[in-house]
Design a protein around this ligand. Sequence first.
Ligand code: TYD
Length: 395
Amino acid sequence: MKNKINFLDLGFQPLANNYLRKNQLNKKEKKYRLKIGINTNTKLVSINKPISSKMMFNNKYPYRSSMSKTMLKSFKNLAISINKNLKPKKILEIGSNDGSFIKNFSKKKVIGIEPCSNIEKITKKKGFNTYSLYWNLKTARELLKKEGKVDLIYSANTISHIENLDEVFKSINILLNDNGTLIVEDPSLLECLKKNTYDQFYNEHIYVFSLLGIENILKKHNFEIFHVQNLDIHGGSNRYFIKKKINKGQILSSVNKQRKKELSYGIQKISTYKKFAKRVKSSKDELKRIFSKISSKNKKVIGYGVTAKSATILNYCKIGKGLISYFIDTTKDKQNKYTPGTKIPILKYQGFIQKDVDFVFLGAWNFQKEIFNKEKKFIKRGGKFIIHTPRPKIL
Ligand code: TYD
């Protein structure tokens, strides 16, 4: 693509959420070359060759946002603040997953859009007004006819998964009232660079947004950011509060503060990304060293939380079932399957870490606090965690 400079090559990667069944283990897995680049005009950072939405988000999608207390709490707090401060009459969530956010509102008030029909069904069954559709112009026009305009649109960890951002915001423009609010929440590029969390890049995360990058797209569509919140969610996310330009509201100081933080870190400079790529390579070498040292001592290592992010780490660092005996995870649709590419068995979380385990690789490092709280017994008996951020270490 014109104006795009690639700065990081994460090698051949499988689809990050494509957990394998036993009978698929001997079949050849589809892999693609994962390269990351920056558009020098827009400053948007993205993966090289996005896979089609239909291949990634379909009726077999395993991810459930309700699997973490941290997420549930974050959605609940946001819902309380929305009701108190913005008082919308009608709300739309783009990418409503299993309803973790919309369940905080009265059923009459909210609409959920979720393309993965296996998950959309869960929310619909609870009596919510949901549609199994992809977010695009067709959907926006259809919804406008059926539901009319809305006062608030919320989308967490979804917009960064859609390649055509122009269509995303054109579609939002159609459905959002002129004095309405759009709230977009996604992992923060600044945090990703600072924490060396290169695993934010996988096939579903087409973009990792900075304020600078997303602003450049928003302004094309006559939107502007009036407030930014930095969240701990997913290893550091930004929640952007956005309005239509024709709506003359106040721009809060948080926007300039974020812009300054990004500029002073050098988010606009190619050299920043080149340095990041070097750090990623060292991180890989260091993580491999840690694993080989432990395995030479015959210690039992398992993984905790099979994340799409960890697929990037395991495949990039070539850490497979010789080094990690199995993963444990609370998500039913991941259990009794195998990790993509590396084929490590995934077992059901039994409520504790088994007694014979010495080390736990934290796939869900973004829920470290929640998991450490839960696994006090393991920590007390001397069990150790392996984490790759900000640099690989044993905790
Ligand atoms: P997440 O980081 O949200 O995913 P991704 O990188 O795919 O966006 O996934 C967290 C995974 O960890 C999810 O499969 C649920 C699992 N998990 C546990 O098994 N136990 C826990 O206590 C927590 C918090 C998560």
